[in-house]
Design a protein around this ligand. Structure first.
Ligand code: GLU
Length: 449
């Protein structure tokens, strides 16, 4: 692990002491602080103004009971969260995650990352995250609807177009956003489209929002390649996961001439040397809510399903971890390096462990962090907010072109900032410093907030 600047050690120690047991949150904070040594050396105002200490303390944290009735008439109980982390740049913005692993530490890590990610987009959005330990797996549509209605029955009083704008994340897609928006509309008696993003295209949603995180990931990697005079052409790519991010990353890599040969879910991974059939993957995952083992069965001879082991055993030139936090560890990183992988770019939030990041950076594998790489999702959410505010609806082509421009500008900002602070080509340093300085400057300008 890298060392922290002497001014930043007390900040980190305070975070650990004030947020006991929230290991993912500690990890996310440490990763950012490790990049900020040169910034606090150059701009003492950030330390004197206690900007870092304030930044690590959420503006508001909401925890609530979510009772609901299952199909058997039994009362079920879950816990809901919304951590409104920072609104210096705009209304709180960030997704909701429904997954049994969700607790305050996960929501805080995601909310903290979201501050810098949203800042990097250059659009006026603050950072937040929320969710629940509810597990949608195996639940009927009616159960998911009743859960969402109960969740929104509390959440509605905390959100709004100018206050806090939730969206999806793991376990929250178009179906859940529909149920959440329906309940919000019913309780408030207002059709406030800009209160939630990721809506359906027929009722206020934006074209490309569904595809945006995956497409944006590929647009970012395209820039990484182009900066070295290279392209996706003929490259072997492994994308972990098979959710929304992974599916559209696979689709876009293939459109840009690369070959995605493996993807995964929590049950195992599929290797398909002829290239993953993305239409079949969409059918299995989205329509049938199926598993990768179902995909392999339907795909037949070309696909091989592996239920044990790690997807990072599959040799590739580009790795896009797009499943969940800490899914790529030190052993995986060593394997990727040994197999000649040249680029690792995070489609998910913090999928690479700190040890793995260290190995990759020392081996001179180009590594780009999620807060830059996967910012296309939330950027397109901000475009959805723009369309809602102006009661407009943009074409697919126009929206995709905007997304591609935004990703190119994030890439450029990362490289320019890394250069400026003496770490040329380092995307981690570039993303953390560029994301941080904009928020920090706004916080100083707004007084003691
Ligand atoms: N959950 C996504 C993310 O991690 C999207 C958030 C949003 O669109 O607000 O950035």
């Amino acid at each position: 692990m890298s060392t922290l600047d002497e001014h930043l050690i007390p900040v980190f120690e305070e975070v650990v002491a004030r947020n006991p047991g929230e290991t993912e949150f500690h990890q996310a904070v440490r990763e950012v602080l490790e990049s900020l040594g040169p910034v606090v050396a150059k701009h003492p105002a950030y330390v004197n103004g206690e900007v870092l200490r304030r930044l690590c303390e959420p503006e508001r944290q909401i925890i609530f009971r979510v009772p609901w009735v299952d199909d058997g008439g039994r009362i079920q109980l879950n816990r809901g969260f919304r951590v409104e982390f920072n609104s210096a740049l705009g209304p709180f913005k960030g997704g909701l995650r429904f997954h049994p692993s969700v607790y305050l530490g996960i929501v805080k890590f995601l909310g903290f990352e979201q501050i810098f990610k949203n800042s990097l987009t250059g659009l006026p959005i603050g950072g937040a995250k929320g969710g629940s330990d509810f597990d949608p797996k195996g639940r009927s549509d009616a159960e998911v609807m009743r859960f969402c209605q109960s969740f929104m029955t509390e959440l509605y009083r905390h959100i709004g177009e100018y206050t806090d704008v939730p969206a999806g994340d793991i376990g929250v897609g178009g179906r859940e956003i529909g149920y959440l928006f329906g309940q919000y509309k019913r309780i408030t008696n207002r059709y406030e489209s800009g209160t939630l993003t990721g809506k359906g295209l027929g009722w206020g949603g934006a074209r490309v929002r569904t595809e945006a995180t995956g497409y944006g990931t590929v647009f970012f990697v395209k820039e990484m390649l182009a900066a070295r005079g290279d392209s996706f052409d003929g490259k072997r790519v492994v994308v972990s996961g098979s959710g929304n991010v992974a599916i559209y990353a696979i689709e876009k890599v293939q459109q840009r001439g690369g070959r995605v040969i493996a993807c995964s879910d929590s049950g195992g991974y599929v290797v398909d040397e002829t290239g993953i059939d993305v239409e079949l993957l969409k059918l299995v995952k989205n329509e049938h809510r199926g598993r990768m083992s179902d995909y392999a069965e339907r795909r037949g001879a070309t696909a091989r399903f592996v239920s044990a082991g790690s997807i990072w055993e599959v040799p590739c030139e580009i790795a896009l971890p797009s499943a969940t936090q800490n899914e790529l560890n030190g052993t995986d990183a060593r394997r990727l390096i040994a197999n000649g992988c040249g680029i690792v770019a995070e489609g998910a939030n913090m999928p690479t462990t700190p040890e793995a990041v260290d190995f990759l950076r020392h081996a001179e594998v180009l590594f780009a962090p999620g807060k830059a790489v996967n910012a296309g999702g939330v950027a397109t959410s901000a475009l959805e907010m723009q369309q809602n505010a102006s009661r407009d609806s943009w074409s697919f082509g126009y929206t995709e072109a905007r997304l591609e421009e935004i990703m190119a500008s994030i890439h450029q900002r990362c490289l320019e900032t890394a250069d400026e602070y003496g770490s040329p080509g380092d995307y981690v340093v570039g993303a953390n410093i560029a994301g941080f300085t904009q928020v920090a400057d706004a916080m100083l300008a707004l007084g003691v907030i």
